[in-house]
Design a protein around this ligand. Structure first.
Ligand code: 5GP
Length: 189
């Protein structure tokens, strides 16, 4: 998606350890118009797939998945990162290693929101080593639902998570695929 790539080149900030900051438009301050267009792009990509639900993860996946869900007219379910009293007792739980926090986090989805009859598209902001998407794929599998594929806004291909998922036969669509991010130079595929 050219508009997204141009925005990353203009406003993205490369941090130490292979982290790309895009919080001026995607992760903290949200460019709602751009996110709407990202949602429409994913809706086009997965149009006609027969999806019944979109699954994402808090926090940054939600806005993107929301934009897509609105275009496709589908419900959006998101995994929570904290077990709290407003969560059902009956949950699917998986564990993901957070690349940005450098620690494990348990993620939860109430069983009532995904069933074996669902066909799921997973959406997140970034794909790095693939732990977040793998945790969501685990939850889809636990529910016995069908996984249609995964959509990510930015794939850092040099970290290998995307290819590992593709090798498992999972469809992964990324709107901006970064193949290297060295010397303050972002290179797209
Ligand atoms: P993974 O689980 O694929 O290693 O990492 C994906 C998750 O980590 C995403 O949900 C995202 O929140 C976060 N993440 C990974 N790399 C980056 C990055 O370079 N920048 C930002 N802002 N978030 C990242």
């Amino acid at each position: 998606m050219q508009e997204l790539k141009d925005r990353i080149l203009r406003d993205g900030i490369i941090k130490r350890g292979g982290v790309l900051r895009v919080d001026s438009f995607l992760n903290q301050q949200l460019d709602v118009g751009l996110i709407d267009r990202i949602g429409a792009e994913f809706a086009k990509e997965f149009g006609g797939s027969g999806a019944t639900k979109i699954l994402s993860i808090e926090a940054s996946g939600i806005a993107i998945a929301f934009a897509m869900a609105r275009v496709m007219g589908l419900p959006l379910v998101y995994a929570k990162k904290h077990a709290s009293r407003n969560l059902s007792d009956d949950v699917y739980k998986s564990t993901v290693y957070s690349f940005t926090r450098m620690s494990n986090t348990d993620i939860y989805v109430s069983k009532e929101y995904i069933s074996k009859d669902d066909k799921i598209i997973i959406i997140d902001d970034f794909l790095a080593n693939g732990s977040a998407l793998s945790g969501l794929v685990d939850i889809v599998n636990m529910a016995g639902a069908e996984l249609i594929g995964c959509g990510v806004v930015i794939e850092k291909a040099f970290q290998g998570g995307g290819n590992a998922l593709r090798e498992r036969g999972i469809r992964v669509c990324s709107l901006a695929k970064i193949i290297s991010m060295e010397d303050n130079d972002i290179v797209f595929e």
